[in-house]
Design a binder for this molecule. Structure first.
Ligand SMILES: [Zn+2]
Length: 152
């Protein structure tokens, strides 16, 4: 980790503290060249394996942009999308996986999206679950109707 003040390419850890929930580690570092101190925060990385075989860091922004398309014209606010993306990340992290494929991310989106907006859910599910015919839509709609009287 290089020094943010003088860009010296190395730094020394002088203190490490784990957060209460164990999810992050905060380190105090000191630069051996200019002697200034700075902090870093370390969290377990969560990566998404894309269909191309390339993995990239999990991004809430990408979850939001994917879901936003399905929500076009629906009464879903940006705040609700942000909460949904946070929940998706927490669910995936909570499952203990360090890497998940793009399809797995899509599946993790389905449940919170179903609770948010059923039309958006159907649009999204039709892509991620590869609906091929009206039968697939019918089956999904039947399941939604069975699950809750609020569905219409
Ligand atoms: Zn320095």
């Amino acid at each position: 980790m290089h020094c943010p003040y003088c860009r010296h390419p190395d730094s020394r850890v002088v203190d490490s503290r784990t957060s209460d929930d164990g999810g992050t580690i905060r380190r105090r570092r000191q630069c051996p060249q200019c002697s200034r101190r700075f902090s870093t925060t370390e969290t377990a990385s969560l990566s998404v394996l894309k269909r191309s075989g390339v993995s990239e860091p999990f991004s809430r922004a990408k979850v939001i942009s994917g879901v936003r398309k399905a929500c076009q014209g629906r009464p879903v606010s940006d705040d609700q999308l942000a909460v949904l993306a946070q929940r998706v990340e927490e669910d995936i992290r909570g499952s203990g996986q360090a890497e998940i494929d793009a399809h797995g991310v899509g599946l993790a989106i389905l449940q919170p999206l179903q609770e948010l907006d059923l039309v958006a859910y159907l649009r999204f599910a039709s892509v991620y679950q590869g609906f091929e015919s009206l039968d697939d839509f019918e089956a999904a709609i039947r399941r939604l109707r069975d699950e809750g009287p609020a569905s219409s």
